[in-house]
Design a protein around this ligand. Sequence first.
Ligand SMILES: *Cc1c(COP(=O)(O)O)cnc(C)c1O
Length: 438
Amino acid sequence: MSETPLTPENPVQPGAPEAAVERELAVQARQLDAADPLAELRGRFALDSADARASGAADIYLDGNSLGALPRAVPDRIADVIHREWGELRIRSWTESGWWTAPERVGDKIAPLIGAGPGRVVVGDSTSVNLFKAVVGGVRMAGKGCTEILVDATTFPTDGYIARSAARMTGLAVRPVEPARIADEVTERTALALVNHVDYRTGELNDLPGITTALHSAGALAVWDLCHSAGALPVGLDAHHVDLAVGCTYKYLNGGPGSPAFLYVRESLQERFESPLPGWNSHADPFAMDPAYTPAQGIARGRVGTPDILSLLALEAALEAWDGVAIEDVRTKSLALTDFFLACVAAYVPAGRARSVTPLNHRRRGSQVSLACSGAGEVMDELIRRGVVGDYRQPNVLRFGFTPLYTSFTDVERAAWVLGEVLGALPEVGPAAAGAGG
Ligand SMILES: *Cc1c(COP(=O)(O)O)cnc(C)c1O
């Protein structure tokens, strides 16, 4: 195998047998990029700096579903928050710089991306903590005779852990159910179902409108985890009458490592929502320092304690990358990117070496492609060494995330080409011994 690096000027490996096909797809990629109405948004991210290119660190980044890339607006904004708002204004910034109201203000900036009106989304704490608020808060609103919580059987683990603890505390049982079976399995004893909108491992998109309607027909609440759909595709929370939802902001919303998560509570339920974590920030009058608890009106009752201002304001700056962007256009590009990646993989990867576990049906596909492949852990290590950054999930999945704000069709074609090289060159190996983290 040649050591010649793939570059835009030299996309074809001399002598490679697939050269003719490769050139065709590389040309097609350039045409798709030229016609892409979102192409210029990439400039809003710190991906193509001259320094990065010179040091060879200009990776093809296909891991935005784990940690979104840095939006260019963030560093200067955070420097200003630190030097001026904290350094000079100090305590006055809670009011003068709008720190106190940031959880609701930033929530209103995320809201249009997930189909929510203003006043329905609050930002703070981790996804795990918001799952706890949503599940316990949901059980408290459910009918008296309810005995169980349904949990997506394929869920990201933290959702299941939190749901089981919430069930123990509220005297309910947890029953794992495949998302496609929820409509059949829900009963009048079901308080709520907690479902992942997009499966983090396979990239399968679950039927949010259909499952929500089925839950409501049985008198149960629908609680959705949007970690892999917020910022990747239209969600339509208000339109589909979703009751409660949570999501993280460091994946497709690019808020930065550990940026705070969001909680959505349907407007008509907010009056009845009783948080299991009624911290002083969720009080109707926090500075009254009242020993008795009275919840705030509206979504502010989803707050807990003092917000993490640095991360929250980094997220707010990161959301500027969405200015003028319609989530429907993001979805159109996302499907085009994943379709094109699948076509390139089919052209470059030796037959039988990798198989897509992501649905081909657009209505069932999120914004990632997962390939089942023997030795996936070692294969991903080698891809990363060659500058193609995706990730690996147990037991045998190569995961590639496509963030339409900054992923180009040229990235996609080159990533598939390098994958073809690696899978053509590496002998088939058994399941990798160890995997990456959560
Ligand atoms: C990423 C992810 C989480 C992360 O939870 P944190 O508390 O933010 O670490 C939770 N649920 C799902 C479905 C995820 O994809």
